[in-house]
Design a protein around this ligand. Structure first.
Ligand code: PHB
Length: 362
């Protein structure tokens, strides 16, 4: 197939990207312990994938409270900032770009992962179904503690400080994670937000925290170096929303005032239904770029770009097992299958040992 659109240049914010294939954020749980510190192996992994037009890092906790999985990296300590510097240098050495994904998991955590073993925080006292990935193995999620109104400025401050730290670590920009059932998504959607204060109830109120976070982060970076990830129809992490189109149309229109680089839209994740949502009208409402994500192939990504349904396409799992995914797509070369057993945690196996076309041919 001729991938005319996929392999054409385009600007994203003020960055000139050589093609349209972006590496999606992928949780791999391989930071050094103690301290959740990025290491040389992580740098090797990202360097191997630098032929993507832009790398978005694995979700990275903005604070100790924001952590929800064992072995995920943070961006709140000096050691973590220094660890990330190795990664940003490695990616820049390959002439690529890298954004950090800023993450607060909210209720998707466990007291054993929290400072002083307190309960995780959330908009409301509603427990996520399933189990947390902790240092003691998989443990049932607990009922979170609802954040006090007086704590909200500190949540925004956690994002602001993390944005400052990401700059110090040498990133090209940041992506605010407001998708997939984590804290900001928990505030957005009415299945998890039952608050009676100015952060709950109406769409305007449920969008308030996200907009405050975007304001704080763009003050650090400028809108052209900030993106946001959203999952309007997502049900992962026990999420639900009564009227996603009204909620996300409102959010995107409000985001326009910040001149963001992009919205990164999880159009499908697992078996979430998408029939009732009009992603094209969301795209038309937004004044920045639209990054589509969700089980795309080279062919379907090309179609999406050609039909003017997206500006870039982010690939997740295919990048785990194909460090040189753009080259493989361009050459219509076969893709290495991914091994789910090595997705989360472990060492180089299933992480930096997937062959590229070049290494496989020698
Ligand atoms: C995961 O670890 O499964 C995970 C993390 C972040 C996401 C989605 C999934 O946005």
């Amino acid at each position: 197939m001729n991938f005319e659109f996929l392999f054409s240049e385009k600007t994203l914010g003020d960055l000139n990207l050589p093609h349209r294939i972006i590496m999606a954020p992928l949780t791999r749980c391989r930071s050094s312990q103690p301290g959740d510190i990025p290491n040389d192996l992580n740098a090797e992994y990202y360097k191997q994938r630098a032929s993507s037009a832009l790398i978005i890092t694995e979700a990275t906790q903005i604070s100790p409270q924001g952590k929800g999985y064992a072995f995920t990296p943070g961006i709140h300590s000096k050691e973590q900032i220094q660890g990330w510097q190795k990664i940003t240098h490695a990616v820049h050495d390959e002439n690529s770009h890298i954004f950090m994904q800023l993450w607060h998991v909210g209720r998707v955590s466990h007291s054993s992962l929290q400072p002083e073993n307190v309960l995780p925080v959330a908009p409301s006292e509603i427990t996520v179904e399933g189990q947390a990935f902790t240092y003691e193995g998989m443990l049932d999620f607990e009922m979170p503690r609802a954040l006090e109104l007086s704590e909200m400025p500190d949540i925004v401050e956690q994002y602001r400080q993390a944005a400052v730290n990401a700059k110090q670590a040498g990133f090209d920009g940041v992506e605010i994670h407001a998708a997939n059932g984590y804290l900001l998504d928990q505030f957005l959607k009415d299945g998890t937000n039952k608050r009676n204060d100015i952060y709950g109830g109406s769409i305007e109120n449920r969008a308030r925290l996200v907009l405050e976070v975007v304001q704080a982060v763009t003050e650090v970076w400028g809108g052209h170096r900030v993106g946001i990830r959203i999952s309007p129809t997502g049900t992962f992490n026990s999420m639900s929303e009564t009227n996603p189109q009204a909620l996300y149309n409102y959010l995107v229109e409000k985001l326009n005032q910040f001149n963001l680089s992009y919205i990164h839209v999880v159009e499908r994740f697992g078996d979430a239904a998408t029939e009732d949502f009009d992603f094209t009208s969301l795209r038309k409402l937004f004044n920045g770029a639209y990054i589509a994500n969700g089980s795309y192939t080279g062919e379907s990504a090309e179609q999406s770009l050609k039909n003017d349904c997206s500006d870039f396409v982010a690939f997740g799992v295919p990048f785990i097992s194909n460090p040189d995914l753009p080259e493989r797509i361009e050459q219509s070369a076969p893709l290495n299958p991914a091994d789910p057993d090595t997705f989360y945690g472990g060492d180089a196996k299933g992480y930096t040992d997937y062959p590229s076309l070049i290494s496989a041919s020698v």
